[in-house]
Ligand binder design. Structure first.
Ligand code: GCW
Length: 672
């Protein structure tokens, strides 16, 4: 059986000590989520009687606190804004906790709200809860996308950018017969408040395309499981479906026959899955078909699908990851970072109410460091989704420890208007949060046992983007390792909280990005791996300097930002150090705000990064007796690889830039 992640029996037992009552209006007594809650309560009570657990006052406690879960659906007319009919309302998921010394009451207006409130009790010290507190998520849509293929892809494997084994959904080209792992996964997600899941890769192979049509009954089996946990199921679809599945002669979004095909197809889908969430679509991107072939815009494409989904209250997540992946590296006028803004911003205000434009957090591609995509500030009249990557494609592939809660928190707190509107953060802009999941059939769900913390942190931050990522880490450690001495958890916290910074130190410097081995790997250093490729990810290092000139003397990408930020990034004196090579091409002797030259920064951070990883390894070794043996061994093995890989990065980076620049390390360390 898979690892219980943050819901081990000992943790759940704390809830079992409460004498729990469900207070549900009769017409909702058989709601699937209420049925789920009922079985959770039984399960927790069972754990309480069979488990010794730290939260318990004493084995002989006779009086226990009572817990009431009270569902209070709104009566009469609600005055919800019209947009909520498609996008949902965060207040539907909100729960209120009310406590007295003897009682705890969870109230909410939907079954999901009660489920979220119930699981939230695990995270709180029940003895110090305030008399009353209300908890409302930041957005109504908190979603995970899966890049799972039905079969093993010859290059990408079964899960594209998956580092945790096979798909929990599919095997041998079809939906699995046994979906118990999906049920366990749904429970983990629900405990965090995740309420939407897309179950197949955005690069849609032919067998996956047919999930929407011939194989919709298999999707319905998955949807039935997620429904029990208040999660709606979505599919990634191919824009080419009318031709490839429907036998039409065109996919033109303005062709009435094409529109009719989509309308008929969704009518059939909803007859089988009445609460189907909608679709995710990657069009005109990295070889996927799209509206450009017909001279149409992405708004035309998205609105066609939105129209077909609207009668069923379905939504379209239309990805903005559209750029020229067949660029000539000699062409210095094309800048991949500009692409999303150029294709989407001009269409602001023209997207349908049930269309959401899904934008990666940065203008390039889920790098360990890049600026925030300016497209978020450029489409105030469009529903937007902020997309993260929980799977660690560019952040160590679940072989390296890299806690991303720190990065996502920083991103969510970013503001485009530092002086004119400093309190509006990036997290205030989207109506939906999405991310690529990191789970698979791995015993630990995520390959690296500590990568579970990233899934956890994504869920918690999408509920509350203002939550402290260090506190989230503490929560995760407490729930996941209840029997581990507090000092060990403190040590783990220390390692994980610094791990993103460490990863950045030993990989690509100062925001320049990539420098990874190209293609299916994207792992380990290959500094010039993409330099003469068509993918638009270049660093332009020569004997004098390095970095991409995206200023007003270069590609002018800076001017996609609101003026205040555009000026800040454009000016070398005000551009933050960590982004300097993203925005500027500078000499190696350029002095950063830190007081170091660029070349010395490259040497120093790479030596520091390796030293940190060695320190993690030594520290981890000392925890041997306090961590469950299997977890200890698994992490040890991966740390050995992280140490090896960090050395490889350090030595290639230092050597490469020493050979380019001829400038020695001021500390005289070994450079090859
Ligand atoms: O980061 C890139 C990945 C591709 C992925 C693409 C995307 C699913 O390397 O594997 O394709 O992003 O986001 O569509």
């Amino acid at each position: 059986s898979p690892h219980p992640a943050w819901l081990p029996p000992t943790t759940l037992a704390r809830l079992g000590d409460l004498t729990t009552t469900l207070d549900i209006p009769p017409h909702l007594a058989d709601h699937p989520v209420i049925t789920t809650l009922r079985s959770e309560i039984t399960h927790a009570a069972h754990n309480a009687t069979t488990t010794e657990h730290p939260g318990r006052a004493s084995a002989t406690t006779t009086t226990s606190r009572t817990l009431t879960l009270r569902l209070t659906p709104p009566t009469g007319a609600t005055n919800q804004p019209a947009s909520t009919q498609f996008l949902g309302d965060p207040h539907d998921d909100a729960y209120t906790l009310t406590t007295t010394p003897d009682t705890i009451t969870v109230t909410g207006r939907t079954p999901n709200a009660l489920l979220y409130g119930y699981f939230a009790l695990l995270r709180h010290d029940l003895t110090t809860l305030p008399p009353t507190s209300k908890h409302t998520p930041a957005t109504a849509i908190r979603m995970l996308d899966h890049w799972d293929n039905l079969s093993v892809h010859p290059v990408m494997g079964q899960i594209e950018r998956g580092y945790a084994g096979d798909s929990i959904f599919y095997t041998n080209g079809a939906v699995r017969e046994n979906l118990t792992r999906v049920a366990d996964y749904a429970r983990l997600l629900a405990s965090l408040g995740i309420n939407h899941v897309a179950i197949n890769n955005v690069n849609v192979e032919r067998d996956a395309a047919r999930l929407l049509t011939d194989n919709i009954n298999d999707v319905a089996r998955i949807a039935a499981i997620f429904r029990n946990w208040g999660i709606r199921t979505h599919l990634s679809v191919s824009f080419g479906s009318p031709m490839s599945l429907g036998g039409l002669t065109s996919n033109d979004p303005l062709d009435p026959q094409v529109r009719q095909w989509w309308a008929d197809t969704f009518t059939a889908v909803y007859s089988v899955i009445p609460d189907f969430g909608g679709i995710v679509i990657k069009a005109d991107s990295e070889g996927q078909p799209g509206p450009f072939a017909y001279g149409r815009t992405h708004a035309d494409g998205a609105n066609m699908l939105a129209e077909a989904l609207a009668p069923h209250h379905g939504i379209v997540h239309w990805r903005a990851f559209v750029y020229n992946h067949t660029q000539d590296w000699r062409d210095r006028t094309t800048d991949r970072a500009r692409a999303a803004y150029e294709h989407f911003a001009p269409h602001d205000g023209t997207f349908a109410d049930n269309a959401i434009v899904q934008i990666k957090f940065g203008p390039m591609d889920f790098q360990a460091r890049e600026p925030i995509s300016p497209t978020f500030a450029a489409m105030p009249h469009t529903n937007l989704s902020l997309e993260f990557q929980v799977t660690q494609e560019y952040t160590g592939q679940q072989r390296h420890i890299c806690y991303l809660g720190t990065q996502w928190s920083e991103i969510m707190r970013f503001t485009f208007w530092p002086t004119s509107n400093p309190h509006t953060t990036l997290a205030d802009i989207p109506v939906s949060f999405t991310a690529v999941s990191n789970v698979g059939m791995s015993a630990y769900w995520t390959g690296h046992p500590l990568a579970q913390a990233n899934l956890y942190a994504y869920g918690r931050l999408t509920w509350d983007p203002t939550a402290d990522p260090g506190d989230i880490l503490t929560e995760w450690l407490t729930l996941t390792f209840p029997h581990t001495p507090a000092a060990t958890r403190t040590t783990l916290h220390h390692i994980m909280a610094s791990s993103w910074d460490t990863y950045e130190k030993y990989t690509a410097p100062l925001g320049v990005g990539f420098m990874v081995s190209p293609g299916a790997a994207h792992y380990g250093p290959h500094i010039d791996g993409y330099e003469y490729s068509p993918w638009g990810t270049y660093h332009f290092a020569d004997r004098d300097g390095v970095g991409v000139d995206r200023t007003r003397t270069g590609t002018r990408f800076v001017d996609q930002y609101p003026p205040e930020l555009a000026d800040q990034y454009n000016n070398l004196d005000t551009c933050p150090d960590e982004l300097v090579l993203f925005f500027h091409h500078v000499p190696y002797t350029h002095v950063l705000h830190s007081g170091k030259t660029v070349i010395q920064h490259i040497y120093d951070t790479h030596f520091e990064g390796v030293d940190k990883v060695l320190d993690y390894q030594r520290t981890w070794d000392n925890l041997r007796d306090t961590i469950p043996t299997a977890v200890f061994e698994e992490v040890s093995t991966r740390l050995t690889e992280q140490v090896r890989c960090a050395h490889e990065w350090r030595d290639q980076m230092c050597t490469y830039f020493f050979r380019k620049s001829g400038i020695p390390d001021t500390h005289g360390r070994t450079i090859y």
